[in-house]
Design a protein around this ligand. Structure first.
Ligand code: HEM
Length: 518
């Protein structure tokens, strides 16, 4: 009959994300229990309707409306739009020569992980398909505490002076007066801080809009110091390589899709996992020794710079697999707190100034967002933890009960361990403020694989430039000429042609006569 046909069609032609509630009901044909207020008071059916009643004597009404008033935590200042997945990391190679980190040692060892994928500038609920960097953060729940690797889908960052992160974030997010994204602010800052050119070219190229989170690589970008059991140091860059293959979308295709579904990336990831098409990334590290570093003709710690071919070797570590969708996104995605400073023995980590500032900034913003006990929220809890921190806003969990709360003490409180192989000294690097346009030029000429791609980069730039005052247009084109004559000419010619067409953003509307029946 028609009902059966409709049910069959619904079950077979809709995706798992669309069917979520339907599937819940299939699993639970009966209500999952009696309704209570948040303190457990059983709700009587007459209290669910409040018309013509004394509403303030109705505990159910008061409880639910007050809860609604408080049910948002502040969204992340950047990377607010995102989604999460659960899974595991499996070691596939012996990397003990480079790092003693327990999580990366022992072929076959599996470590549970939570991952969060995100867009940089979108607000929560924003458009996945906006042209901007995408993030992948992975929290490994290791035997030695949480290891967090925070990555972007491009291998370089836009800046190397952390002060300018503040200004980059402001220019990328909404204009304070209009509350709109502002292409003028973006290009003004870019042209005044040419160190941003290299990273920005990645964003203006096809890499600026991946075809979903599954179809992108992810790079931790910074150069990390790692050490083995003998205390020998190596310098590495961690890269997750997608097994799904890299796919990107053209601007036109992205605009088309976002007209229908601004959650395209989130939906794609959720559905793939729900259909057991688990996404996989191979974690590799590019490695240099201390001696390699001494003989380079570029700064390997500069995060706006790619490591040059032939100066390092690549070593595979293992596979990252996401095989479970969270049962609740607030619990897993919104409350997660990834912190690049969460490192483990054997990975002392990067020491450039951007990383140092990140060690501070993430903790600070997460205290604002989730409170001082953010690491006691389930998704952030390490496997093992014994600290002298106490109290504060909930959740405090057992709050270390009756154990001593000061250190050192003579009463069996937790004691620190001795890491005999921890390197005694760390490098101190001098960072240069000079801007090397060679990086941008290399990207344009060698990383971009053909002229069609270069052409799309120029078109994407012109789209941005059209919304900018002439002096900024000139400034960017001048910079582009310095990067590469062909790039300068391309953008300049295309802009000139585009300026002759209509650059207003007025939509074509459908006018219909007003009905006079009300
Ligand atoms: C000075 C430089 C930087 C600063 C100050 C900074 C700051 C921040 C802040 C405040 C957040 C929000 C965190 C939260 O509310 O939980 C964030 C998120 C994030 N950042 Fe950065 N960031 C910087 C550079 C970078 C770099 C170089 C990368 C990549 C290598 C990166 C990757 C990410 C990712 C992936 C997230 C999202 C984390 C999540 O999903 O919760 N950031 N950043």
């Amino acid at each position: 009959n028609r009902f059966q046909f409709a049910s069959y069609t619904y079950e077979n032609k809709t995706d798992p994300a669309t069917r979520q509630l339907y599937e819940f009901r299939k699993e639970h044909p009966e209500p999952i229990g009696l309704l209570t207020t948040s303190s457990g008071y059983p709700v009587e059916i007459r209290d669910t309707i409040t018309l013509n009643t004394d509403i303030f004597s109705n505990t159910f009404f008061v409880d639910s409306i007050l809860h609604l008033d408080h049910e948002r935590v502040p969204e992340r200042v950047v990377h607010a739009k995102g989604t999460a997945a659960l899974g595991y990391f499996e070691v596939t190679s012996d990397v003990s020569k480079y790092t003693k980190a327990d999580v990366f040692n022992g072929i076959g060892k599996k470590t549970p992980v939570v991952g969060r994928f995100s867009s940089v500038a979108q607000n929560k609920g924003g458009n996945d398909l906006a042209r901007e960097f995408k993030g992948l953060s992975v929290k490994f729940y290791t035997q030695e505490g949480n290891l967090d690797l925070l990555c972007l889908n491009v291998p370089v960052f836009v800046l190397k002076d952390p002060e300018y992160f503040v200004h980059f974030a402001h220019a990328s997010k909404r204009n304070p007066r209009t509350d709109l994204f502002d292409d003028t602010a973006k290009l003004d800052l870019l042209t005044l801080r040419p160190e941003m050119l290299h990273g920005s070219l990645w964003m203006l190229s096809d890499y600026g809009i991946p075809n979903g989170y599954r179809k992108m690589d992810a790079f931790a970008i910074h150069t990390f110091e790692v050490n083995n059991r003998q205390g020998e140091k190596y310098f590495v860059r961690f890269n997750f390589r997608t097994e799904q293959g890299i796919e990107n979308l053209s601007s036109d295709e992205a605009i088309k899709i976002s007209g229908e579904d601004q959650d395209y990336y989130n939906r794609d990831l959720y559905n793939a996992i729900a259909m057991k098409n688990y996404p996989i990334w191979i974690l590799e590290m590019d490695v240099m020794t201390y001696e390699d570093i001494l003989n380079l003709n570029y700064d390997p710690f500069d995060i706006t710079v790619l490591w040059k071919k032939g100066t390092y070797q690549t070593v595979q570590i293992g596979r990252l697999i996401f095989n479970e969708n969270p049962d609740n996104m607030f619990r897993i995605s919104e409350q997660s707190a990834f912190n690049p400073g969460n490192l483990v023995p054997g990975i002392p980590g990067p020491f450039d100034n951007v990383f140092k500032s990140r060690r501070l900034s993430y903790q600070d913003t997460q205290i604002h967002r989730l409170g001082i006990n953010r690491n006691r929220i389930e998704v952030n809890c390490p496997i093992y933890r014994k600290a002298y921190n106490r109290d504060g806003y909930p959740p405090v969990k057992d709050n270390m009960r009756d154990a001593p709360n000061y250190f050192p003490n003579s009463f069996s409180g937790p004691v620190p361990f001795v890491d005999a192989s921890r390197p005694k000294e760390r490098l101190w690097i001098m960072e240069s403020n000079a801007v090397d346009l060679e990086e941008a030029s290399y990207f344009y000429n060698y990383v971009l694989e053909n002229d069609e791609h270069r052409d799309r980069l120029a078109n994407n730039t012109v789209k941005l430039l059209l919304q900018n005052p002439p002096f900024i247009q000139r400034r960017l084109i001048n910079l582009f000429y310095l990067v590469d004559q062909h790039l300068g000419e391309q953008v300049s010619n295309k802009l000139y042609r585009a300026l002759k067409t209509d650059i207003t953003r007025n939509p074509k509307v459908l006018r219909i006569p007003r009905l006079r029946c009300y």
